[in-house]
Design a protein around this ligand. Structure first.
Ligand SMILES: Cc1cc2nc3c(=O)[nH]c(=O)nc-3n(C[C@H](O)[C@H](O)[C@H](O)COP(=O)(O)OP(=O)(O)OC[C@H]3O[C@@H](n4cnc5c(N)ncnc54)[C@H](O)[C@@H]3O)c2cc1C
Ligand code: SF4
Length: 323
């Protein structure tokens, strides 16, 4: 790792001021907890000339319980999210996912906004400058080949934030502020399936808040992940499950995945499980559906087939355990 280069550190007090400061410097970046960005700067992956520090903006630190939704500010920390009383049933998956990010010290200053806007990861990318130079870089940054899928022009670096798949279970929306004002989009629309450019936000947009609609149905939810070091690591695969039963049959089923593709996403084709009893045969079938859509590539030292299998197994176990 290199020393941190010289950069201007800006301290805005409002969202609008932050957006203006960002627009004024050609290569600026928003800085929240810095637990991902500062590491990437020290690796030479990011080279901003100015950092717009979001911690002094009061609006970004609130969690509010509205009539129809819970709103969580972009700079709310992962520890606050994990401990929030508002995120108990049925939103347990969100609190559990936040509580499983990295280690306790990261959760103390790492934020929701930083977690949702996390860069994608790959074993050929998250390396020091000299390591990447020795390997002729790669498509994602400065190079012209992909070491994971040589010959192709697509980057498969994996989105590995834990909280996004849990929020996807609830049709969460994100509020963005940019030079053209504020807008609100579905969280799912924040992402695209491209490891080189996985966020759809336009340059200078800031994630102000996440709005989670309240749900009347009595569903239960949970989050589980597989990681190399149990106390502090990104997910090799992360799975969020939402399950509702009526008369002992499945009435509501959603599964969100992370760590296995360039974007977090909801598993498709789960309607066929509605109306069935969640017995062994049903849950084994569910495991296979999840495994089939977890298209992990060779972006970690752990083999992709393990990550695909573990995604299915986690979904099966989680669905079994939350009821
Ligand atoms: C050892 C280690 C282990 C880790 N393990 C995990 C893990 O298990 N799971 C996991 O999910 N993460 C993990 N992380 C990554 C990181 O700690 C968390 O994802 C954290 O939530 C990032 O938040 P932050 O506030 O520190 O983001 P920052 O580093 O400040 O920012 C990350 C990115 O988001 C942008 N950004 C931040 N806030 C906003 C905003 N409000 N609007 C627009 N853009 C914004 C920044 O410009 C930057 O590009 C790990 C990191 C380390 C160093
Ligand atoms: S998937 Fe390929 S292009 Fe993307 S970071 Fe890894 S090696 Fe680079």
């Amino acid at each position: 790792m290199e020393h941190l280069p010289e950069m201007h550190l800006q301290h805005p007090a409002t969202v609008e001021e932050a957006v203006k400061l960002h627009a004024a410097a050609p290569a600026s970046r928003y800085l929240a907890g810095g637990s991902d960005l500062l590491v990437n700067i020290r690796r030479g992956i990011e080279r901003p000339d100015s950092l717009v520090y979001l911690n002094g903006i009061a609006e970004l630190h609130t969690i509010t319980d509205g009539l129809e939704q819970i709103s969580i500010g972009g700079a709310v920390t992962l520890r606050e999210l994990a401990e929030s009383q508002l995120l108990r049933k049925p939103f347990s998956a969100v609190a559990q996912a936040a509580g499983k990010v990295a280690g306790p010290s990261h959760r103390e200053y790492g934020t929701l906004g930083g977690n949702l806007c996390l860069d994608t990861r790959c074993v050929f990318y998250n390396q020091s400058e000299w390591w990447r130079a020795a390997n002729n870089y790669c498509l994602k940054y400065r190079g012209d080949i992909c070491h994971v899928a040589p010959g192709g022009k697509k980057c498969f670096a994996a989105f590995s934030g834990d909280v996004a798949p849990a929020l996807l279970l609830f049709d969460a929306e994100v509020e963005l502020a940019g030079p053209d004002g504020r807008r609100r989009i579905a969280l799912a629309a924040l992402y695209r399936n491209d490891g080189m450019d996985h966020l759809t936000m336009t340059r200078g947009e800031l994630l102000v808040a996440v709005h989670v609609p309240k749900i009347p149905a009595p569903v239960r939810t949970g989050y589980a992940k597989s990681r190399v070091r149990g106390s502090i690591d990104f997910p090799l695969a992360g799975v969020a499950v939402r399950l509702g039963l009526q008369d002992e049959k499945i009435a509501d089923l959603r599964i969100g995945l992370t760590g296995v593709s360039p974007l977090p996403f909801l598993v498709r084709g789960l309607d066929k499980f509605v109306g069935r009893k969640p017995d062994d045969a049903c849950l084994e079938e569910l495991r296979e559906v999840v495994r089939g859509q977890a298209k992990a590539m060779k972006t970690t030292l752990t083999p992709p087939h393990y990550r695909r299998r573990v995604a299915g197994a986690l979904a099966q176990k989680l669905a079994e355990s939350i009821f």
